[in-house]
Write a protein that binds this ligand. Structure first.
Ligand SMILES: Nc1ncnc2c1ncn2[C@@H]1O[C@H](COP(=O)(O)OP(=O)(O)O)[C@@H](O)[C@H]1O
Ligand SMILES: [Mg+2]
Length: 434
């Protein structure tokens, strides 16, 4: 394929939802976005790029289009490095998606006009050495630099988040035996997300596996996760937004994160008071979920389990709405659950206020009443879920951490988590229920 990064193509991209071209995304000289559905999909509501952007004839302006597309990009330092490497501004959403938007979270992919998802999709071999090269050096924990081989550019992948990550195709999708990985080329779809360990946060792989397992044991559906079979310093999660087809292709299911659902750009995920809230997420579930009552209770369970696990980074981009193969929308399985309290230098403030506060220390017996209002549930149900989460966690702690220590060999991290979760569970019960 020819070079897709020519400057003449920069500010007009075609937008695809899996294999259907649905519209055009443009930006003007000052970077304001405009998204217009193609006439061919005007009578196909299932081609919508977002619940907030239903199919219509009139174009959507910047205010509506920006949250949908900006949230597809990597964030923070990773975006800065990518922007440097692509000679774009970090604010140039269309320019950056034109370089890396071939494989994103959910079903959207973006291509310069005249190009589209590769057909058939191509894959390159992927070994331990490939992963080390893609993650920028022999020690996979090294920070990415603009001069390194940025995996996002090589594979044309734009996964959101702040951690360096790469999407691979893994077969078989479950089990530990005879696993092979292939590297999707030029925006081909993959079925697992691989995140590397980070120097500043030792034990992140064991931490995320254990925290995700505890979330599952608290009764929240959770994405499958494991240690990458090629590299022990790489965390791997199976994508819930990808479906293997009988013909060997991977179908993209759509998903939207909590910032996209509530209409905020990614940087606002921590904003107080002008960022997303649990009230807004609950209202979005009421409006868009196929089973709002179950999903609101599940969101609450997720929020409380994160408190107990010591995850103080459970922000709106770490929760998603997933569209199934029939296009019914439900709260997606939990992902990116990490005990951040294991790293004392990290902020302890909650990114989403819960019970009217961002400080867990401020929780008290009245907190369940306030939470009930935030989620549109009864205070009795909130207390019941809280009690159940604490009980599940206490019951699961020994088993889960022992299993993860055996799997990862990282006893130190598992011991740290054991200590933290036991304290947090008891503290939550004492503050809110006694
Ligand atoms: N198992 C999964 N299946 C599908 N999408 C996922 C999965 N895990 C993460 N994602 C998507 O990828 C994005 C980045 O992953 P995440 O683990 O949150 O990375 P980071 O640690 O950098 O925040 C998430 O915001 C979500 O949209
Ligand atoms: Mg995340």
């Amino acid at each position: 394929m020819t070079d897709l990064t020519g400057s003449a193509l920069d500010h007009r991209l075609t937008v695809w939802r899996d294999l259907t071209e649905v519209g055009i995304l443009e930006s003007d000289a000052s970077g304001r976005l405009r998204f217009t559905y193609h006439e061919a999909v005007w009578d196909r509501p299932e081609c919508a790029v977002s619940v907030r952007l239903p199919v219509r004839r009139a174009p959507y302006g910047d205010r509506d289009a920006l949250p949908c597309f900006e949230n597809l990009l990597p964030e923070s330092d990773l975006r800065t490095v990518l922007a440097q490497s692509a000679h774009r501004s970090p604010n140039d959403v269309v320019g950056l998606l034109g370089v890396i938007g071939g494989e994103c979270a959910g079903a959207l992919t973006l291509w310069p006009e005249g190009f589209g998802p590769p057909d058939p999709p191509a894959y390159a071999p992927c070994t331990r050495a490939t992963l080390e090269r893609l993650f920028g050096g022999r020690a996979v924990s090294e920070a990415p630099t603009a001069s390194g081989p940025l995996p996002q550019r090589l594979a044309r992948q734009s996964m959101s988040g702040v951690q360096a990550k790469i999407v691979l195709r893994r077969e078989p999708t479950v089990g530990d035996r005879d696993v092979t990985y292939r590297l999707p080329v030029n925006g081909a779809p993959g079925n697992v997300i691989c995140k590397r360990d980070r120097l500043h946060y030792p034990g992140l792989v064991a931490n995320e596996i254990a925290s995700m397992s505890l979330m599952e044991r608290a009764g929240v559906p959770t994405a499958p996760r494991t240690v990458n079979a090629l590299h022990e310093a790489v965390y791997e999660t199976a994508r819930f937004d990808r479906l293997s087809q009988p013909d060997g292709r991977i179908r993209r299911l759509h998903a939207e994160d909590g910032c996209q659902l509530t209409g905020f750009v990614s940087i606002n995920k921590y904003a107080d008071p002008s960022g997303p809230t649990f009230q807004m997420l609950s209202a979005a579930l009421n409006r868009y979920s196929g089973d709002a009552a179950t999903d609101r209770e599940r969101l609450l369970r997720w929020a409380l389990a994160n408190i107990v696990i010591g995850n103080r980074d459970a922000h709106a981009k770490n929760v998603s709405l997933l569209y199934d193969a029939q296009d019914t929308r439900r709260l997606a399985p939990a992902y990116d659950v990490v005990c951040t309290l294991a790293y004392p230098e990290l902020d302890r403030t909650l990114p989403l206020a819960l019970g009217g506060t961002r400080q867990v220390d401020a929780f008290n017996a009245h907190t369940p009443v306030v939470i009930a209002r935030e989620f549109g549930l009864t205070a009795g149900l909130v207390r019941e879920v809280l009690d159940d989460v604490v009980a599940c966690m206490a019951g699961a702690l020994d088993d889960v951490l022992q299993a993860v220590a055996t799997q990862t060999g990282d006893q130190v991290t598992c011991d740290t988590l054991h200590r933290i979760v036991a304290v947090e569970a008891e503290a939550l019960r004492t503050r809110c229920l006694d």
